[in-house]
Write a protein that binds this ligand. Sequence first.
Ligand code: HSE
Length: 440
Amino acid sequence: MRERKEIVVGIIGFGTVGSGTAKILFDNREVLAERTGFEIVLKKIADKDTRRDRGIALPGGVLTSEADAVLDDPDIDIVVELIGGIRPAKDFILRALGRGKHVVTANKALLATEGNEIFGEARRCGVEVGFEASVAGGIPIIKVIREGLVANNVIAIYGIINGTSNFILTKMTEEKVEFSEALAEAQRLGYAEADPTFDIEGIDSAHKLTILSSLAYGIPLSFEKVYREGITKITSQDIEFASELGYKIKLLAITKASEGKVEMRVHPTMIPAEYLISKVDGVFNAVYVEGDAVGSTLYYGRGAGDMPTGSAVVADIVDIGRSIISGGTRRMAGIAEKWDKGDASGRIRKMEDIESMYYFRFSALDKPGVLSNISGILGKYNISIASVIQKGRRIGGSVPLVVLTHRAKEKDVLSALGEIDDLPVVSDKTLFIRVEGTEQ
Ligand code: HSE
């Protein structure tokens, strides 16, 4: 048999990431061939829009308006899905797998919600699905968890994995502006997803966390079980109070395991300002992974954009290409094996059962006895106060009363806040933010 020296690729979706991927495959062709020992041939790119200038000179016959031209081409080994969304992306992927083609995708929403079926189908067809680009763009975090840290039991993962909300929180912190102004700026700069709800309500982070959790803990992809809170309720006042207490507020995606149960949650979180991850600002992403053998590790980089995400897509193409050339595919089957089997419910900790430290901002009347009213209820639910700040005096009005707690049970916190918010001296619903770090 002739020794194979080429891997043939077809891309569906010539948008931002499609363009970045094509550019890398053309511009870095030589270095890729040198490193891998084979040529990656980009044979076709399908996109409905074949007219827009993406600034890339494609050889004649590469660009087509028909996805079928990629899916039906018997020469194509790897189909790269970069259109995003659920349909028709899912149909294209299933059709590619059914034809024995490997797939590379950046589609976090699709994998988080329909990935069990997709990975099951890939296993049945004996092909691979590469998805490095689906989480944290250019940061090779999938490779880190599956390969670099494979020796470890993962203790916890904390990620800043939505650049848009990190940009918004950074702007609110640095320029002391409110949420709506910072969001408008993110949209003006083109950072927010087409629907900004995905960014600001933590949906995009939850999609990515679903994938990280399954990789780390071998549970089926369970997006619907991720607890999720966005950043829309955070005010610049909370950011200032947090700063006075020595914390930054970040939208964190958290997954950790203890006593056989996995936590999966996305919410604004206060983290000590001196932690490295607190210094991750603007649109940058970072993922902290703690393993039982390796200890603490941190990965930082660009989580979006044509070239960083294209870098991850090309890494998957090379990985699968190497498997094809060496004659052994499904090198990664070990972890993915379980994803499409069974229900993860029994292994996921309910949100009310988690424990955390908390920041409360009460809107309370500035009257004698109010603090003791509030602290009495906290005490009744076993919630111990670590520090209190009250600033300013508004005669007849309410003032913010800020309390930081020691570690407490979420269930107790919700019950206590329910009672506190019913007190006649409390004028608004209490805002609370979970706090990470060591107890003070
Ligand atoms: N909207 C996402 C972000 C893009 O802000 O990080 C990358 O998934």
